[in-house]
Design a protein around this ligand. Structure first.
Ligand code: ATP
Ligand code: MG
Length: 404
């Protein structure tokens, strides 16, 4: 039933040959059983990290202190982690220590949810000690063991529970659900990066509207004051899924009613990358601006964005703008495609003259030059047919005369 890829099978076989147990484990088992494509194949083994490194030629110490070694096979990495028992949790953040064990069941017991606590190998078949299959069939997220304890050990699991429920369309098992709001305050101890990874996965999922569970369970204030404030806005869940599952599109969908600078503050707090912050800020700033169905105006907007981000803006507007704008929006889209197809100049660097050429023609460098170039650019955005050297040089002379 579980089709383990060739490379992972080879790793398991080699470990077995050396006298160790080894299984694929966690997300890949869960996704295979659901008929979903696993993102990566993690391996769990009774071999200690040093032993794993002896067995394989090419390895990287990716998380050796936690027992993880990445084994490289045909340029692909497979994380091989020693069976472990997580020590006491210091602060709901990291286990103080990890202890290796020779017992697979102990390793499975430290995992967060029953559906994530299954292991498989061709030799031993499926190891499902916590009824993960039953919960996959019942479509529920259930903690392994006592939910209050498990969420107390690591509060991030709360967000993981909501994230998996959004990705899989599963419900929360009752006790697990009840524990979430009780332990919510502990989220304050979790690092913003880890929180962000889960929120981003949630937003990119098939059910991004489940973000409301974060707020309804009182988790918002423990992420941040500004994040909590953003939850007061209605983020209509049905609409969300019409946005493509792309980071800046989904974050913009969520934050669209914020002031752009507030959106940026939230994204920075959560340590999103600069590209996503810039793209989201742009969409949040512009999506309510209706673009005239008029090519010069469209070129104007296009000149301030990349063609890709402009397309995203139109998509975004299609999802969220008032129906009264719909028809015009279609025209804008059609015109923008024509503009791109015609190769109209929409970037300063595509102009038929450069500042260099103006200087070579005897014009004085300086701030006026910038003004002249900008006027030429405006002219070209207005009338693309003017984008030829001769005409622009003549116009430049004219502008300089006017400017005195
Ligand atoms: P994804 O498809 O998002 O990668 P995944 O289940 O593989 O989902 P990972 O974060 O890659 O999730 O973690 C791999 C496995 O490690 C999980 O399936 C789970 O068994 C275990 N795990 C990960 N994070 C935790 C945690 N915070 N607490 C307990 N177990 C965890
Ligand atoms: Mg994974």
């Amino acid at each position: 039933k579980i089709q383990v890829p060739e490379a992972a099978r080879r790793i398991i076989e080699q470990l077995n040959t050396s006298g160790f147990e080894a299984y694929v484990v966690g997300g890949c088992v869960r996704d295979s059983l659901l008929g979903r494509q696993p993102e990566d194949w993690d391996i769990t083994t009774s071999a200690k990290p040093e032993q794993v490194k002896e067995i394989f030629n090419r390895t990287v110490d990716t998380g050796i202190q936690h027992g993880t070694v990445t084994v490289l096979i045909d340029h692909e990495g497979y994380e091989v982690t020693t069976y472990r028992i997580d020590g006491e949790y210091e602060d709901g953040r990291h286990p103080k220590s990890v202890e290796f064990t020779g017992n697979l069941l102990e390793d499975l017991r430290r995992r967060d949810f029953t559906i994530n606590a299954m292991a498989y190998s061709d030799r031993e078949g499926l190891v499902d000690a916590f009824d993960g299959v039953k919960d996959l069939e019942g479509r529920v997220i259930r903690c392994v063991g006592n939910p209050l304890d498990r969420f107390t050990e690591d509060a991030l699991r709360i967000l993981r529970a909501i994230r998996f429920s959004a990705q899989l369309g599963f419900d929360m098992e009752a006790e697990t659900r009840a524990a979430i709001s009780v332990i919510a305050p502990n989220m304050a101890k979790v690092s913003k990066e880890r929180i962000q990874v889960e929120l981003t996965k949630l937003l990119l999922s098939d059910h991004p509207g489940r973000l409301k569970d974060v707020y309804e369970n009182g988790i918002g204030p423990y992420i941040s004051k500004h994040f909590e404030a953003a939850g007061r806005q209605p983020f209509k869940s049905e609409r969300f899924t019409e946005l493509p599952p792309v980071k800046h599109m989904r974050w913009s969908g969520f934050l669209r009613l914020e002031q752009p600078e507030d959106a940026v503050r939230i994204l920075k707090e959560l340590k999103l990358d600069n590209d996503t912050i810039y793209q989201t800020k742009t969409l949040v700033s512009l999506w309510k601006t209706e673009i005239p169905a008029h090519k010069p105006a469209i070129r104007q907007v296009m000149s301030t964005l990349s063609p890709e981000l402009f397309k995203d803006l139109l998509w975004f507007q299609k999802v969220f703008c008032p129906p009264s704008y719909k028809n015009r929006l279609e025209k804008v889209e059609q015109y923008s495609e024509e503009i791109l197809r015609a190769g109209d100049c929409i970037r300063l660097k595509d102009m038929a003259v450069t500042g260099r050429e103006l200087i070579d023609a005897g014009m004085k460098p300086g701030p006026e030059m910038g003004t002249v170039l900008n006027r030429l650019f405006q002219l070209v955005l207005e009338k693309p047919e003017c984008n030829n050297r001769e005409y622009l040089m003549k116009s430049a002379e004219q502008f300089i005369k006017e400017q005195g």
